[in-house]
Design a protein around this ligand. Structure first.
Ligand SMILES: *[C@@H]1O[C@H](CO)[C@@H](O)[C@H](O)[C@H]1NC(C)=O
Ligand SMILES: *[C@@H]1O[C@H](CO)[C@@H](O)[C@H](O)[C@H]1NC(C)=O
Ligand SMILES: *[C@@H]1O[C@H](CO)[C@@H](O)[C@H](O)[C@H]1NC(C)=O
Ligand SMILES: *[C@@H]1O[C@H](CO)[C@@H](O)[C@H](O)[C@H]1NC(C)=O
Length: 243
């Protein structure tokens, strides 16, 4: 059983899961709206028009866009939000341009708030440095040392290369790790991503939310959980990438 085969298999599984979840979301949404769409319809559009006006008036709205970076690793994706000119060849920039607008329009994308989660504590020193330097520039960036999951308050074991030259992110599921002998073991607290989105992101009323997930195993726990909570919908999470 080659690892290439495994990879292919995981990739197609992921695509299928994402497809099923989005299909589920569409059904969920249309069910919700068909049960509600009666007289409130005109008032709903009235309110959403008002909100758009408000957002246009306030073009300096701080968290107009949200980047949710699950598995921040060394923080490079977040740096690409605010300093894209350092990564001119990065293919991910097209997503930022598409969802947050081309960077020339808003220097340093001051209207994007970034929330990063990284399970591997060995990355945190560096991530906190990045966070601090961006905050000093008036940008809204945070990195937290949590394993993203469907519950808050559990603990997961994370193995990290002791010799940290390899670009090797934190992994949550033990099965993904072949050789644990040369690894350092950490117990990392989990955070309920659905709850985080509800309590920390939705109140910001962002126009768009782009979520990036690392394909590290936790997506099989987190995505169904978001779906059950009705959060995998384009009006809450505008777009999602899994890599
Ligand atoms: C919309 O809201 C206004 C004010 O709250 C109300 O007077 C009106 O009847 C509502 N219209 C509909 C179609 O519900
Ligand atoms: C934008 O809105 C915030 C709070 O909603 C307010 O404090 C700020 O003054 C507004 N800015 C502009 C330019 O209207
Ligand atoms: C683990 O460490 C030992 C001793 O440093 C080394 O000989 C071995 O090659 C390492 N194994 C892996 C998989 O890195
Ligand atoms: C979280 O996911 C695990 C694994 O799929 C499942 O066993 C558990 O019931 C889930 N917990 C919640 C609160 O959804």
């Amino acid at each position: 059983m080659s690892s290439k085969w495994l990879c292919e298999r995981f990739r197609s599984n992921t695509i299928i899961i994402v497809f099923i979840l989005f299909a589920g979301c569409v059904v969920y949404l249309s069910f919700k709206s068909s049960s509600k769409r009666t007289e409130t319809d005109t008032n709903q559009s009235y309110y959403s028009d008002r909100r758009n006006d408000f957002d246009h008036d306030n073009s300096t709205k701080k968290c107009r866009f949200v980047f949710l970076d699950l598995g921040s690793n060394k923080g490079v994706k977040v740096r690409k939000v605010y300093e894209p000119w350092l990564y001119p060849k990065a293919s991910f920039l097209k997503y930022f341009d598409e969802y947050f607008g081309p960077v020339s329009r808003t220097y340093r994308r001051q209207d994007v708030c970034s929330f990063g989660f990284e399970a591997n504590p060995r990355h945190m020193t560096r991530l906190k440095q990045i966070e601090k330097s961006y905050i000093n520039k008036g940008l809204s960036v945070s990195f937290e040392n949590y394993a993203v999951s469907n519950r808050t308050g559990d603990t997961v074991t994370v193995y990290s290369e002791t010799n940290f030259d390899l670009d090797w992110g934190a992994e949550i599921l033990d099965t993904f790790i072949n050789n644990k002998k040369n690894m350092t073991k950490y117990d990392v607290p989990t955070i309920d991503l659905a709850e985080f989105i509800r309590t920390s992101i939705q109140p910001l009323r962002p126009e768009k939310v782009l979520m990036k997930m690392d394909k590290e195993g936790s997506e099989f726990i987190v995505l169904p959980h978001l779906n059950e909570n009705g959060l995998l919908c384009y009006n809450i999470i505008t777009a999602m990438t899994i890599e």
